[in-house]
Design a protein around this ligand. Sequence first.
Ligand SMILES: [Mg+2]
Length: 163
Amino acid sequence: MLVKPSLIVEDITTIDLQALKAAGVKGFIFDLDNTIMAPHSGALEDRIETWLTILQADGFKCLVLSNNKKAEYCQLAEKVLNIPVISHAAKPRRAKFRQALEILGLQATEVAMVGDRPLTDIWVGQRMGSYTILVDPLIKHSEKVYIKFLRGLERLFVNATKC
Ligand SMILES: [Mg+2]
């Protein structure tokens, strides 16, 4: 298993939309927690809200695909984001990803999967043949030590597969 994101960025808002458009990307499937919203926050940072508005105004379709199982929380996120949210996605399994593509009306090769976790978000996108973008987690500094450790391991794995 080789995890190779198409692109790695520190900050989601620095993604070059025009370059993606030129590469044939017409829509985004976003991970939720730590990708576009801080976990358990139900709150959207202004700068990310602005970026989401810009990319939708630019014609990109958007959907959120989350492994979060809390239906109420995901409904709240859907309202705050004003973007459809699919919960219980079980990434890296592909069934809900396919459902997301159907809702978007796009082919796998026409979407960019954006997430902070290589082994769930990036892996499912890669398996589907989509463009994949690994972002730094929104909340890096308040995470528990063991989560940081696991992230470190995951990132090492990605780095090791780069060459
Ligand atoms: Mg996440």
